[in-house]
Design a protein around this ligand. Structure first.
Ligand code: KG4
Ligand code: ZN
Length: 398
């Protein structure tokens, strides 16, 4: 079954053609990151206008790259929530119109569920070598149920037990900021670019490499600042706003939180508190020059987020005796998180699975993948389906 997926929930416009929910024929993403970078975050009105101008060329390119025409397509799927109402409306309306014009089945897809299904996607080269059998529900290389999924995106941080296709139990969620939101806000505080996740990761990697070159341990960078972790013991909930505020205070020059032991051994890093405050005062330009202390603070922040996410996910995997842990959402692209979680799970003999980088952040291939498993069960939507900006996963138990 060849599905055209359409994604337009935020600031990425995506179209993809995917076979049987797994095998990629094409995957086109037009990002608006550069446009929103100058505001330090997504401006909803700008995002939806941009979606309007981009969506048709993106769909045409996806068809071209897959060498497909409309006769080859079996169904159309588009995100209907959660996300920005104006942006969602563009992709959903275009999807419904195409389905109507070509008399094709239509399915609206939950963006969060699609992030989970990114773990079912294979790279383009795997299509040819895959021997298809008749078991559509499970094929070699698919994630194994029951599994724990950590969904960490710009708007969500949820720990979910997935017993089978479509069976979701909420174990924990953020009580304030989402993990990706914390990365974006901290990046803005530090004068780094948007989206914040990749910028913070880059800064952390850079300072770690610098320390290594000085013959020092890279882990020094991770603890250069004492930053709080909200463990919220006895729950699988998360909280990142205290951490964000702690970074803000440090960036504004409150030096007392700085770990003095590391200050002495930082070499070029000097006296971080003072320099960070200088960077903040001088704004983005100064910070973008790559001051070592902005980088140390970025590394310490990333370590604090990774610490909590990895430990809580490992505890949940232990409690529910799952076969696998999967990551989903933009923050799943974070290399420190992947490495740390792999280390946490290895002694338990639980395998970690995560999508390749291009399927972690918003894309339409994951929309087509999630749609496949619904269409398999005979589900589809009629054209009365409207956008649902506040949509959550369809939890069976909370
Ligand atoms: O899933 P996504 O593309 O969009 C939403 O549905 O929200 O996630 C975007 C989020 C942003 O907050 C971005 O900063 C974060 O994912 N992100 C990362 C990384 N790459 C993207 N966070 C940490 N490390 C990364 N490498
Ligand atoms: Zn997303």
């Amino acid at each position: 079954m060849l599905i055209l997926g359409i994604e337009s929930s935020c600031d990425e416009t995506g179209a993809a053609i995917v076979k049987d929910g797994r095998y990629l024929f094409s995957n086109v993403v037009a990002s608006q990151a550069e446009i929103h970078n100058r505001y330090g975050g997504v401006v909803p009105e700008v995002a939806s206008r941009q979606q309007l101008t981009t969506i048709i060329p993106v769909i045409e390119t996806a068809l071209d790259q897959a060498a497909c025409c409309w006769e080859n397509i079996d169904a159309i799927a588009a995100t209907y929530g959660p996300g920005l109402a104006g942006s969602l409306l563009v992709g959903l309306t275009v999807g419904k119109a195409i389905a109507l014009a070509h008399n094709l089945p239509f399915l609206g897809v939950n963006h969060l569920e699609a992030h989970i299904y990114a773990n079912w996607l294979r790279g383009q080269t795997e299509v040819a070598s895959q021997a298809m059998d008749d078991d559509w529900e499970y094929q070699d290389g698919d994630p194994l149920f029951p599994l724990i999924c950590l969904i960490i995106s710009g708007a969500h941080s949820e720990l979910v037990l997935v017993r089978n296709h479509g069976q979701y139990e909420l174990l924990g969620r953020t009580r304030d900021d989402a993990a990706g939101e914390a990365f974006d806000k901290v990046a803005r505080i530090l004068g780094l670019s948007y989206p914040g996740g990749p910028a913070i990761q880059q800064a952390a990697l850079h300072v770690e490499e610098e320390l290594r070159q000085q013959g020092k341990s890279a882990t020094q960078a991770l603890n250069a600042y004492r930053l709080p972790r909200a463990w919220l013991r006895g729950t699988y909930d998360f909280s990142f706003s205290g951490l964000k505020t702690a970074v803000l205070h440090l960036a504004e020059g409150a030096t007392e939180n700085h770990n003095p032991q590391h200050a002495r051994s930082q070499g070029s890093a000097g006296t971080p508190g003072k320099q960070v405050s200088q960077y903040t005062r001088m704004g983005m330009q100064a910070a973008q020059r790559g001051g070592a202390n902005v980088e140390l603070l970025a590394a310490s922040f990333q370590e604090a987020v990774v610490d909590v996410l990895a430990v809580k996910t490992r505890l949940a995997a232990q409690e529910y005796h799952v076969k696998q842990v999967v990551l989903a959402g933009g923050v799943a692209a974070n290399v420190s998180l992947r490495t740390r979680l792999e280390r946490e799970l290895r002694p338990l003999n639980i395998r970690l699975k995560y999508p390749s980088i291009e399927f972690c952040t918003d894309n339409a291939a994951m929309i087509a993948s999630a749609a496949f498993f619904h269409l398999l069960r005979g589900e589809q939507h009629d054209f009365a389906l409207d956008v649902e900006p506040g949509l959550s996963l369809p939890f069976t138990k909370k």
